[in-house]
Design a protein around this ligand. Structure first.
Ligand code: LLP
Length: 431
């Protein structure tokens, strides 16, 4: 199977974390998000251990909330000793409601409103990752009103192209995020930040992109960032101590995708950073990373019930499912490839080529095109693998379709973590 937490049991059913997915589909109905909690914990531990081993004291991974956000995930992150990255007041609110200590939270985003900044400071936020000058002024003003000195990192664009899908590239010079080093604007902005009384600049952040399999772009970005930190030290007399290199490690969605060894990659990046620091005579900074996808993606499976199957003579066959772009918009948005199984007959040969269509009134509402699957009959459970990241968090109510439930599974026990939306939920705010 694609990942070690997937298997087939004696009934020929797909299992995730040892649990029968067809039984779970019957118990909770479909569409249904499943998250294998042990897998999430394993991945968090891999990051924590490797970063602790290869990077200086104080280094840590921050779970990228945008990849999967609901209360229980913050309980898991907190128990494991992860920090978190937040990009919106809604994520912050969710983490806070889960009792996560926001001292280990880093608040991103290219447009934090005054209300967002105020909410974050009132909630005891550790760090803002500040995007631009106007925002820095607002943080400085609001921190002053509250009588605190607010710690920040500054988001910079190192000008690296990580060779991934253009929509998920963020570190290039021409980006809506951060300030460019190459244009000279970043050093000017640092000069300005150092004049702000209520802000403590602790370091810098960059994120090159997502679903990256090569280590070189991370090393190249780190080089540019360290070179910049040395410039800040030499020209402005400020030696900052934190380097956040963002998230972005890729995951295996299909057999065609490579596998990334997280520990080895961290070791190689750490070695590289050490060399660069020696070159610039820079004291090794503590390093932060912001993995999202590589922590939760392969913990997730989405279950659907097959509806009608139809073949358009001379063209192709469509299998309809009871979900689609509302619970997984990634094919519609990025043509992302997925592995799809007939979970009811996971031991049978995939004998049928089909395009899997969702239930929205939109012809682009597809989950995959021309994939091989054991031909489903109406009522079979279909499983889309590796859906833990950017599926639930990107779900919508288009066509007034309620969002699915999310169930965590751990050591043979299934626990409802997010209940299924009801039709009543859909009209809750309608007046
Ligand atoms: N840090 C920052 C500043 C980011 O912008 C991102 C992702 C991450 C961390 C986490 O990256 P990861 O480790 O998950 O690759 N919706 C798209 C992905 C957008 C990612 C945006 N930023 C998708 O479904 O592929």
């Amino acid at each position: 199977m694609l990942h070690t937490n997937l298997s087939v049991n004696e009934h020929g059913h797909l299992t995730l974390g040892g649990m029968d997915t067809v039984e779970l589909a019957q118990k909770y109905s479909t569409p249904l998000y499943l998250i294998d909690e042990n897998r999430v914990r394993e991945k968090m531990k891999t990051y924590i251990d490797a970063m602790g081993k290869y990077f200086p004291l104080g280094s840590m991974p921050l779970f990228a909330s945008k990849s999967l956000c609901f209360k229980k995930i913050y309980t898991v992150a907190s128990e494991m000793g992860m920090g978190i990255d937040l990009v919106s007041p809604g994520e912050l609110y969710t983490a806070r409601a889960a009792g996560f200590d926001l001292a280990n939270a880093y608040f991103h985003g290219n447009n934090k409103t005054d209300a967002d900044i105020e909410l974050a400071i009132n909630s005891g936020l550790g760090y803002f990752v500040a995007d631009n000058r106007e925002e820095l002024d607002a943080i400085n003003r609001i921190a002053g009103e509250k009588g605190i000195k607010q710690k920040i990192l500054m988001r910079l664009t190192p000008g690296i192209d990580p060779h991934t899908h253009a929509a998920i590239t963020t570190g290039k010079v021409d980006s809506k995020f951060g300030t460019a080093i190459e244009t000279g604007q970043a050093i000017e902005l640092v000069k300005y930040v150092l004049t702000l009384e209520n802000i403590e600049l602790e370091g810098f952040h960059c994120h090159i992109g997502s679903q990256c399999f090569e280590i070189k772009p991370f090393c190249d970005a780190a080089d540019i960032m360290i070179m910049f930190m040395a410039l800040v030290r030499d020209e402005l007399g400020k030696a900052t101590t934190t380097l956040n290199i963002g998230g972005g490690f890729g995951v295996r969605y299909t057999e065609d995708d490579p596998h990334i060894d997280i520990e080895k990659s961290i070791e190689l990046i750490a070695e590289h950073i050490e060399k660069t620091c020696v070159r610039f005579e820079y004291t090794l900074p503590r390093v932060l990373m912001e993995p999202g996808r590589s922590i939760v993606a392969d913990a997730g499976v989405t279950l659907y019930t097959a509806g009608s199957t139809k073949t358009i003579t001379g063209y192709k066959s469509y299998v309809s499912i009871d979900g689609g772009m509302t619970d997984n918009p990634r094919y519609a948005l990025y043509q992302s490839k997925y592995t799809i199984l007939n979970a009811s007959y996971a031991d049978k040969e995939a004998d049928f080529t089909a395009t899997i269509g969702g239930r929205c009134c939109e012809s682009g509402d597809l989950i995959a095109e021309d994939v091989k699957i054991k031909k489903p009959k109406r009522g079979d459970t279909l499983a889309v693998l590796v859906t833990g990241a950017y599926n639930y968090s990107m779900a919508s109510n288009y066509n007034r379709i309620p969002r699915p439930a999310l169930v965590m599974i751990k050591d043979g026990v299934d626990t409802l973590a997010v209940r299924r939306e009801t039709y009543e939920d859909l009209i809750r705010n309608d007046l």
